[in-house]
Design a protein around this ligand. Structure first.
Ligand code: UDX
Length: 440
């Protein structure tokens, strides 16, 4: 089938490449000329394992093209996906200007009936607005095209987006007509294997499903983080509690890891956007307010630990941070806890050094020269008074503890991701803190 993907950001690029990989002919449209020519040469602007190989392979085989010309993109397309950003506005609401502009352009350029699918995460009601815009543009052109509209959310995790797309738990589609449903089932059933994992519903339900999934996951994380605070003062071990509740099939074991809070491009933005759009309809989401509040204060937990150990004045300290991206296997720094930690430390006068295997360039754009960047994890430990583990990259999981101790001025390790064993750390002579586990 022929697919046009408007927007080659994270979601558009992964979706476009994966749809080409599953045998479709995909034209990706973006306004950025340099980005399109780089992509046509197989250069990928983001770090996502496996994506570069997939883009080059499909580009070489002629199934994946990048263009700035939307008229060429939509020509003869069976599907036109809208996958542009919906960044948060100052009040937390999703900024829909890119989505609406793309809708106008689609209305101005399509010449044959097609199925327009919103893939961007949008508030309930937006896809129907997209439909009205396209309709009115077509009317202006005097064209009576029988196009369909749908919403199809993405559930891709950065770092494992290709696996998530090619082997989804489920595909959710919001449609108005049988024709649209059948087309989307045809497009996605090679990925799900059968039709049973494709959940078809009306468009508003699908739009809300996307927000609800992220808000539910964020809620689980903040719940565990709040529970961890109680564990810290009650000798309970949050890791044991996690196993205890996660083995209940009604709860399930995933997304219960306590830590220094969630970040990234989706959870913080979507929680705020859902609160905003429900408030506009008179429904206050009190649970989500608490979820967000817990998350914000959780991000700087390691700084509070350090003050407990060293006192309020941190100005004499050198602190090393391992990991800067919001989670491993990505260079994404959006809403990363490391940013808040580094800011609070530098504001307190501490010297901060940091190392991340992939995200250093992006971190520099945000933190600038307030932080010293090292070439490896051990280098930044030399003479440091404290190490904060902010992101659980695999290479930090089994470090040479003796080398660390030898390098550091003080053996303080603040583990924001519960990666190390408290007993082992104590035996090795570290002053060690982790999230919600008893102190020894
Ligand atoms: C998320 C959703 O999982 C995905 O379906 C959606 O499309 C986009 O948002 P992503 O942001 O890539 O994906 O990351 P994810 O792996 O879900 O982690 C989100 C955040 O939660 C990270 O900051 C992570 O550190 C944190 N997290 C996750 C926890 O603190 N505890 C957990 O148990 C799981």
């Amino acid at each position: 089938m022929k697919v046009c993907m408007v927007g080659t950001g994270y979601v558009g690029l992964v979706t476009g490449a994966c749809l080409a990989e599953s045998g479709n002919y995909v034209r990706c449209v973006d306004i950025d000329v340099e980005k399109c020519s780089a992509l046509n040469n197989g250069e990928i602007p983001i770090y996502e394992p496996g994506l570069d190989v997939m883009v080059s392979r499909n580009a070489k085989q002629g199934r994946l093209k990048f263009t700035t010309d939307i008229s060429y993109g939509v020509e003869g397309a069976d599907f036109v996906f809208i996958a542009v950003g919906t960044p948060p506005g100052p009040d937390g609401s999703a900024d829909l200007s890119f989505v609406m502009e793309v809708a106008r352009q689609i209305g101005r350029t399509i010449t044959t009936p097609t199925l327009v699918v919103t893939k961007s995460t949008v508030p309930v009601g937006t896809t129907l607005q997209v439909q009205s815009i396209i309709r009115s543009e077509l009317e202006d052109r005097g064209l009576d095209l029988d196009f369909d509209i749908a919403f199809c959310p993405e559930f891709l995790r950065e770092g494992s987006a290709i696996g998530d797309f090619m082997h989804p738990d489920r595909v959710v589609i919001g449609v108005e007509t049988d024709r649209a449903r059948e087309s989307l089932v045809r497009l996605f059933s090679p990925l799900t294997g059968d039709e049973n994992s494709i959940y078809s519903m009306n468009i508003p339900s699908a739009e809300l499903t996307k927000y609800a999934a992220n808000a539910m996951l964020a809620t689980r994380i903040s719940f565990m983080n709040e529970l961890a605070r109680f564990c810290e003062v009650s000798e309970a071990d949050v890791e044991d509690v996690k196993r205890g509740i996660g083995s209940d099939s009604r709860i399930g074991p995933r997304f219960l890891n306590p830590g220094i809070g969630y970040g990234g491009s989706c959870f913080p933005k979507d929680v705020k956007a859902l609160m905003d759009s429900s408030a506009k309809k008179g429904v206050k989401m009190s649970i989500l307010e608490a979820v967000e509040q817990v998350n914000l204060s959780q991000k700087t937990l390691p700084v509070r630990w350090l003050k407990e150990i060293e006192g309020e004045d941190l100005s004499h300290l050198t602190v090393a941070i391992w990991g800067l991206s919001f989670k491993p296997d990505t260079d994404d720094m959006r809403e990363a806890p490391s940013v808040e930690i580094a800011r609070e430390l530098t504001e307190s006068g501490a010297s901060v050094r940091a190392f991340d295997p992939v995200a250093m360039d992006k971190a520099r754009e945000i933190l600038g020269d307030s932080v010293t960047y090292g070439d490896d994890g051990y280098g930044i430990l030399e003479g440091a008074d404290c190490l904060i583990l902010a992101t659980e990259w695999a290479l930090f999981r089994e470090p040479d503890f003796q080398a660390m101790k030898d390098l550091m001025a003080k053996p303080i390790v603040l583990d924001g991701r519960n990666v190390y064993d408290p007993e082992e750390m104590e035996e090795k002579g570290f002053i060690y803190r982790s999230v919600g586990r008893p102190r020894r």
